[in-house]
Write a protein that binds this ligand. Structure first.
Ligand code: CTP
Length: 413
């Protein structure tokens, strides 16, 4: 979806091997209709040539404050930016930002910028864990700079651990969420967040299942935004569109509703916020065949399905809180995918569902005819059991996620 007005995004690139991934980030931001200006450090040009950045961005590239002096470039680039993102940000560039240095065009630009600044660290695990880097990151966050958590995985050599650059698509979503004006402050530290995502699948036999079209995108977007706000996030994930694991979150894969119910049951009492974004199969086959069912066989298993009802994970969780088994202060958020009918709007059904489920907040999406499932955007209403209904305008699933977390803040305050 193209933004109405191109926003000016400065992509800073520091001198690390992940610099090549900045090319995909630039492309993603440009394809969304935004104007991208690349400001590499001199070190970054050891990894990717200026010609590549110029071709991708459509703008000349310079690294020093002594280029285009007549246009006062060292100040103008930061002043005109709507957002600055540095990906990758090395330990060195992070330290220089903390010190307020302005000895190259990138650090000078950040020093001038009053717009959102997103820093995306990428470095070896030891450098990331070093107290110098951790203190520097804490300082930047305290100053209002958004510092993403690095991803966990394979690094340049044979080592594995936190320090990988998150996927360019994930970075682009964070930049756009910040550009849309949503708070990504690091104020959920120490908060445990449990999220269900994706669709559950109920086996009919070893090759067939009953399932639904959920992609898991909204649940994963919630996890990403909660993790950026500093929360400890666990996603209990059914079937999803092979989405990358959000940096700073743990994924617990499940298949059936029973497995999802068990995984949530084990973790719910230890969570501060529980968000059930999964599309849960309400029924499962009464029996699942151990061997593949055959078309020509005598039994009628393939022409008639006997179904039994699955547990309602959301309602069970609310009941456990009423019973005192889950702390009273735990916030529980449900989702409702609704279509209206001749007599009721989707919102009418959502109000009834909020009462029936007994959760604190309910995000209602209108579904059907290409809406929501598998799409990158979402809209609807956010209902608070305490009364207010907030209309959620059409936006990315990350932007909707940021608004849901803001509603959780309001509900808890
Ligand atoms: N949910 C759940 N367990 C179920 C069914 C739903 O936890 N067995 C949760 C979903 O994750 C969502 C909310 O309940 O947060 C509402 O899901 P939905 O399918 O809309 O609700 P249902 O109770 O199944 O209502 P409907 O009859 O409209 O399908």
């Amino acid at each position: 979806m193209t933004a109405q007005q191109p926003r000016r995004i400065v992509v800073g690139v520091a001198g690390g091997i992940a610099a090549y991934k900045a090319c995909h980030l630039i492309r993603d931001l440009k394809e969304n209709g935004d104007d991208v200006r690349v400001v590499p450090t001199p070190g970054a040009l050891n990894f990717v040539g200026a010609a590549t950045f110029e071709a991708l961005s459509g703008h000349p590239v310079s690294t020093t404050v002594f280029d285009a002096v007549d246009e006062v470039q060292h100040v103008r680039v930061g002043q005109e930016a709507d957002a600055v993102v540095i990906a990758p940000a090395t330990a060195d560039v992070i330290a220089r930002l903390v010190a307020g240095r302005a000895d190259d065009l990138l650090t000078a630009t950040v020093l001038v910028a009053t717009c959102p600044v997103v820093v995306v660290p990428a470095m070896h695990t030891e450098m990331w864990h070093n107290p110098a880097t951790q203190d520097n990151v804490a300082t930047l966050r305290r100053r209002g700079i958004i510092v993403m958590e690095p991803a966990h995985g394979r690094l340049t050599g044979k080592d594995t651990g936190p320090g990988r650059l998150p996927e360019p698509g994930q970075i682009a979503e964070v930049v756009r969420t910040a550009l849309d004006g949503h708070a990504l402050t690091h104020d959920w530290t120490g908060r445990k967040v449990l999220i269900t995502a994706g669709g559950t699948q109920e086996n009919l036999d070893p090759v067939r299942y009953l399932g639904n079209r959920s992609s898991g995108r909204q649940g994963f977007a919630l996890a990403e935004i909660a993790a950026h706000r500093g929360a400890e996030v666990t996603i209990v994930a059914g079937n999803t569109d092979a989405l990358p694991t959000p940096s700073g979150a743990e994924v617990v894969p499940v298949v059936s509703t029973a497995e999802m119910a068990q995984a949530v049951g084990e973790r719910a009492a230890d969570s501060d916020v529980i968000i059930m974004a999964a599309a849960v199969a309400d029924f499962r086959p009464a029996t699942a065949a151990g061997a593949k069912m055959k078309k020509g066989s005598d039994d009628d298993a393939l022409t008639r399905l006997d179904l039994v009802e699955n547990p309602d994970i959301l309602a069970t969780t609310v009941q456990r809180r009423r019973d005192g088994d889950i702390p009273a202060g735990t916030t529980i958020v449900g989702f409702a995918a609704e279509t209206g009918d001749a007599d009721h709007s989707a919102l009418d059904f959502a109000r009834a569902k909020l009462r029936r489920k007994g959760c604190d907040l309910l995000m209602c999406n209108e579904v059907g005819e290409g809406k929501v499932f598998g799409q990158t955007r979402n809209r609807g209403w956010l209902l608070d059991a305490a009364g207010p209904v907030t209309e959620i305008a059409d936006g990315s699933k990350h932007s909707v996620a940021a608004q849901i977390l803001a509603a959780v803040d309001r509900h808890r305050s």
